[in-house]
Design a protein. Structure first.
Length: 199
């Protein structure tokens, strides 16, 4: 948005001015989101979460930072035991660029992705939603019927099943490709902020 503010003053003066108009930003973001929704009615949703580790591995047992919000859990994607929080993101898919986050929330590390999805699902009307296996819900058909929201996730192997059927493998690959931009968004956030390792 640099072109919106071509004559920015010094950083200190700019921050002071921002603090005076901070109430306006919530309304501005609402307007931007409404414009985005009006233009992208057929866009797909992407959903995922990433860990923010306040303490890792053995140190997680002694951690005392933010006990009202943080706790210990395991992140299978990163093969990491940690004490901290999870950041959950629902974003609109955009062709050729990073997805546009619509909802961002922070929960305890142990808060299951599917449970968080149940909280936010009612506001996600229409379109398709792509998530990983954690977002598979037993009532997916009912959600699709009531909300016109089709939840697409990779197919899980059944107990004792060695290989997926070819059509299930194809669906899983297709869903993973569509979901890739949200993983790229998380990588970009980590590169710019280093947030995933806050210890």
């Amino acid at each position: 948005m640099r072109d919106w503010f071509p004559k920015l003053p010094s950083y200190t003066a700019f921050v002071q001015r921002l603090n005076k108009v901070d109430d306006i930003f919530a309304s501005l973001l609402t307007i931007i989101q409404q414009e985005q929704e009006a233009n992208d009615t057929e866009q797909a949703w992407l959903i995922d979460s990433f860990p923010v580790a306040l303490a890792k591995q053995g140190h997680r047992f002694k951690a005392k930072v933010a006990p009202e919000l943080a706790d210990a859990d395991y992140c299978a994607t990163k093969k990491l035991y940690f004490y901290g929080v999870r950041v959950h993101v629902v974003a609109r898919r955009q062709a050729g660029i990073l997805p546009c986050p619509e909802y961002i929330g922070v929960t305890r590390a142990s808060e299951y992705d599917g449970k968080v999805f149940d909280y936010i699902r009612p506001v996600l009307q229409g379109n398709e939603l792509y998530g990983d296996k954690a977002y598979q819900r037993p009532d997916a058909k009912e959600v699709e019927r009531q909300q016109n929201l089709k939840v697409l996730t990779p197919v899980k192997k059944q107990k004792g099943q060695k290989y997926l059927e070819p059509r299930d493998q194809w669906l899983s690959t297709a869903v993973s490709r569509v979901r890739q931009p949200i993983e790229t968004l998380f990588g970009w956030i980590e590169e710019k902020t280093g947030i995933e390792c806050a210890d």
